[in-house]
Design a protein around this ligand. Structure first.
Ligand SMILES: *Cc1c(COP(=O)(O)O)cnc(C)c1O
Length: 223
């Protein structure tokens, strides 16, 4: 059986320079995260506030934790001391809550705006139109403790490669539009977080800068 270290190196060998790997460790025990850490990994993704806080307390402090799941506003406080990037901002209200808690902690939190482009109903995130409206409203400009660094999205869960590719390309084109209109001089607005275990190669060919990979590194999750 390949180890986590083997899997990690195999995945890293297929990711070009300039694309950041986020090792998605959700549902996997702390020991597995430690194993990936020992193999050189420093960026991990979690989707439950309490689980992230617990692992962050138990593991080395130079880990950069990315929150990648739906985040309830009343859970923001739990992760603010630990989180480096919240990839799944899907409402202005959530952004304002992050601003409030980050201010109290005297931190600045990097965030991505989560887009909903996939066909599935259940996926969270802004439609492109909602995202434009939210950026034009401009409330985010007052958020001094939140830095919008780019976009995150998940493609449809399908075997249809053309469908997946077309969704990633839509997101990429939308990124270019938003960059030009709202963040032309902000060098930090550069992240395109798309690609998971099953589709990250396609995502990379569609200009992804950040891939979130769980299963291929840690194996199947036991929910
Ligand atoms: C779980 C999860 C992933 C990783 O999925 P794998 O198929 O295990 O690679 C990536 N992104 C998000 C938002 C997730 O919730």
């Amino acid at each position: 059986m390949p180890t986590i270290k083997d899997n990690l190196h195999e995945v890293l060998a297929t990711i070009p320079d300039g694309v950041q790997l986020v090792a998605v460790s959700k549902y996997h025990p702390t020991e597995c995260v430690a194993e990936a850490y020992d193999a050189g990994c420093r960026v991990f993704g979690e989707n439950h506030a309490q689980e992230m806080a617990r692992k962050a307390q138990a593991l080395p402090k130079d880990i950069r934790w990315h929150f990648i799941g739906h985040l309830q506003r009343n859970k923001v406080r739990q992760i603010i001391p630990y989180v480096t990037m919240i990839e799944s901002v899907d409402s202005t209200r959530l952004m304002l809550q992050i601003e409030k808690e980050a201010h109290i902690c005297d931190r600045t939190i990097d965030v991505l705006l989560e887009l909903h482009i996939a066909q599935e109903e259940a996926k969270t995130g802004f439609s492109m139109e909602e995202c434009r409206t939210m950026l034009r409203d401009g409330l985010w400009r007052g958020c001094r403790h939140v830095r919008i660094c780019g976009l995150m999205m998940m493609a449809s869960n399908t075997d249809d490669e053309q469908q997946i590719r077309s969704e990633f390309m839509k997101a990429s084109q939308f990124f270019d539009e938003i960059k030009q209109e709202f963040f032309p001089n902000e060098d930090y607005f550069k992240e395109k977080s798309w690609g998971m275990s099953s589709d990250y190669q396609i995502a990379i060919s569609c200009h992804s800068t950040m891939v979130r990979i769980g299963t291929r590194i840690f194996g199947e999750r036991a929910y």
